[in-house]
Design a binder for this molecule. Sequence first.
Ligand code: HDE
Length: 680
Amino acid sequence: MTKKHPVNEKSKQEQLEQFKTDDRNQALTTNQGLKLSEDEFSLKAGERGPTLMEDFHFREKMTHFDHERIPERIVHARGFAAHGEFELYDSLSEYTKAKFLQNPSVKTPVFVRFSTVAGSKGSAETVRDARGFATKFYTEEGNYDLVGNNIPVFFIQDAIKFPDLIHAVKPEPHNEMPQAASAHDTFWDFVANNQESAHMVMWSMSDRAIPRSLRMMEGFGVHTFRLVNAEGKAHFVKFHWKPLLGTHSLVWDEAQTISGKDPDFHRRDLWESIENGDYPEYELGIQIIDEEDEFKFDFDILDPTKLWPEEDIPVKLVGKMTLNRNVDNVFAETEQVAFHPGHVVPGIDFSNDPLLQGRLFSYTDTQLIRLGGPNFHELPINRPVCPFHNNQRDGYGRQTINKGPVSYHRNSLAANTPAPVPESEGGYAHYQEKVEGRKVRSRSESFKDHFSQATLFWNSMSDTEKEHIISAFSFELGKVKSKSVQQQVVDMFANVSTVLAKQVAQAIGATPPSGEDAPVTKSSPALSQEQTIKKPNTRKVAVIVANDFSGDLPQVLNSLKQQGIQPEIVSTTLQNVKGTDGSELEVQHTFLTSDSVLFDAVYVVGSASADEKFRKEALTFAQEAFEHFKPIGATDEGVKWLKAAGLDSSPGVVTGETTRFTDEFIEAISAHRHWNRHVI
Ligand code: HDE
């Protein structure tokens, strides 16, 4: 893969290229192809007279504009997407006959849309929420959609409760507040009265719900699916995406500040990484359970509030997805893409998870209203790359011009085509699971343990992660007005951990539970982000530089760049800064346009001639980064400033002479955050 250079280094020619459209150098016309001689003044009776109805050009232009919006998604409205490809490591023919999972030399095009769940289309991106992670594989057998989240379990066990959950978490209907936030009465009232939510709530109160980047986030298919091989043998599977940059998060205070400083933080990060050639990569993993072992676990494998601990059922890494192309048009692609868990290919099938079963209905239904009719599969982003033929006809927005008189099956006039294809030749046949039972509206006893895995999650967290969970509960419940709801939640989570419940009760003035936690018998290290991959690449460093910086700086910056780190210069103005040796650096940000929260690390250089105002601005960056446990580097005058402010001798703060400094700073950046720092 060739690397493009950073956005800010683009040549003029490239910038022009970037803005090229299909319409460039074309005459302006109406939608009927009529060339226009004028496009700035409506047709009027006299220069100061009224506009005329006759102005078909004005009316066409305005009518089109009036209809530019479509309903936003009821959930996952705020999303961003990219194109890419999926490569398989080894044939999965042992488990599935899906063609795109047979041959490692086949590259399958993909389109991935990431999203928040609760917020409206224009809401901020670093809110506390689950993230959607939906992948469309354009395979030669049709589209396969893996429509997952970055949390491996869900709030509810049965799809019929989804409207209730979403009504509870969305802004309250009487005053439409709060936007993109679960910190309000109705959400927590739902939680306390629907205790199957306990496990997912633990995840959404954890750092997983505030990812550092969409590139540093796991993905999960959540439900149990089936893979079926050519012999018809099935296995239960769960799907995982594992980011090659590791799984990393923001801290809550930082996430909230970013929501204001850059509500587009996650999309900008994804967009720029792809533009820079730093393509996001995720490995696809599967956990496999033999059909015979369905009942061998202390949870029901059909229950979507349960995960399969990776230590018990290992994740087999089977391929890699690389996102390498930004969209050309967000509306045409990201907004109009239509995912559906029921878009499957031969060799991939469902389980009886009642949440999945309900989703199989909902997704087509929602596209009908959102995309205005039954022909959304004809939109370029949704079209399969293989041919498709059937007897479906007409409807809003139909684009295909079907020829001939026959649009029914069975027929003789068209030799009974299009015709079904036998399973042996690639026709989809549902897995013939034996099903027997009374019609009931009830839930299996095996779905009724709501707390064991919530406790497993808690027990698997590091001390820092536990602290963050306690703070998140305290924040969210602190915003709840109903004392009764607050108390109900504390009482509920005492079933997960009394340590957690007691501290939250203390923070919000509720009555703490009595009793102590049982001794820990099981934890799952894979659930803690402390165990994740730690790498310096693509980390952004704010380099705070003033005129008369020392001559060593460009060399340090080069060493950082060699490790894939992205130093960006911050100064008082956007004028180039000059070094004592005459070298110049282009400034990308000013103190006014940027903030430490928008970077992974801060590097204070300054200079001896920098004034007091500059020193203060630099220290504001450093102080804020310090409180967010971020790596901080200092050389030259910056060392003195940090020392004077008492910020120097703490974990993750690197000051010193050049060669050792660079290595140590890179190490500190790779660590992501320095939790052992004492922050008051
Ligand atoms: Fe969705 N979900 N969902 N969901 N979901 C939608 O479909 C629904 C669930 C997920 O980027 C909607 O096209 C029901 C679980 C993602 O376009 C809608 C239930 C998981 C996206 C819908 C669930 C998801 C959606 C809204 C409970 C993780 C965004 C717009 C049974 C495995 C896809 C749309 C994109 C979107 C229904 C639960 C993931 C209304 C009824 C569990 C990533 O159809």
